[in-house]
Write a protein that binds this ligand. Structure first.
Ligand SMILES: *Cc1c(COP(=O)(O)O)cnc(C)c1O
Length: 233
């Protein structure tokens, strides 16, 4: 079942790429494994998955310790500054940076680990009250500030689009964030690259790819529905 899901998602990615003449190599599939047991992550691994997305520090760190070392771990959830230290040694990419304060702490921990930690700036493209992320028109100034930190490497932008029934409704937002990333790239800021565009989830990743996504974050489409019973959220 998971194997079939995984193949389906891969085929959909391929189809979306073909539709807009993009190479499938330009799109990285991140398997969003939050709340899922190790056995399912191992099953995805056996299908070829090497990029995993988690939204809680403790859960990600526990899983990282128990699964093969060639996995890349992506922090996709809101990150508290006091928890950066736990993931700093191994995290592959932090998708959810939306403040200078958080970036400064990542910089501090990066220095301790003797590495430059790759990050994305999370943009709240639809300016939804309920979401984290910085406003579109404040993004460039935040990028400029963070670019000065030597142990942080900005790789691009991330967004969580609104929850919609029709993925076409999010096309305008995906297009908007792609434009923003091109605008920032054109500023040629030192220590800033805009190669990564992390956008699209189970409901809308094909539209996101058509609009330029280079990373799609798919949970339900691979692992099935999440069960949050017994949890506060
Ligand atoms: C949970 C989550 C996803 C995956 O959502 P699905 O709809 O299950 O694919 C993607 N991105 C972020 C930031 C998430 O928190």
């Amino acid at each position: 079942m998971l194997k079939e899901n995984y193949r389906n998602v891969q085929e959909n990615i391929q189809r979306a790429c073909e539709k807009v003449n993009r190479s499938v190599d330009e799109v990285t599939l991140i398997s969003v494994s939050k709340t899922k047991p190790l056995s399912m992550l191992q099953e995805a691994y056996d299908c070829g998955a090497r990029e995993y997305g988690e939204n809680k520090v403790q859960e990600m760190t526990e899983k990282e310790g128990q699964l093969p070392k060639d996995i890349h771990w992506h922090m996709i959830g809101h990150l508290q500054t006091n928890k950066v230290k736990y993931i700093a040694p191994y995290v592959h990419l932090i998708h959810s940076v939306d403040s200078l304060k958080l970036a400064q702490e990542i910089n501090r921990q990066g220095e301790k680990c003797n590495r430059s930690i790759p990050i994305l700036i999370e943009v709240n493209i639809a300016e939804e009250e309920s979401k984290f992320g910085i406003k579109k028109d404040e993004t460039i100034s935040l990028v400029r500030e963070i670019s000065k930190l030597p142990h942080v490497a900005i790789k691009g932008l991330m967004t969580i689009a609104p929850f919609v029934d029709d993925p076409e409704d999010n096309r305008v937002y995906f297009r908007g964030i792609k434009e923003l990333s091109v605008d920032i790239a054109n500023e040629n800021i030192d220590n800033v690259c805009m190669d990564v565009l992390s956008m699209g989830m189970t409901g809308d990743y094909m539209v996101a790819i058509e609009e330029g996504a280079t990373m799609v974050r798919v949970g339900t489409g691979i692992f099935g529905e999440r069960d949050y019973t017994g949890e506060r959220n």
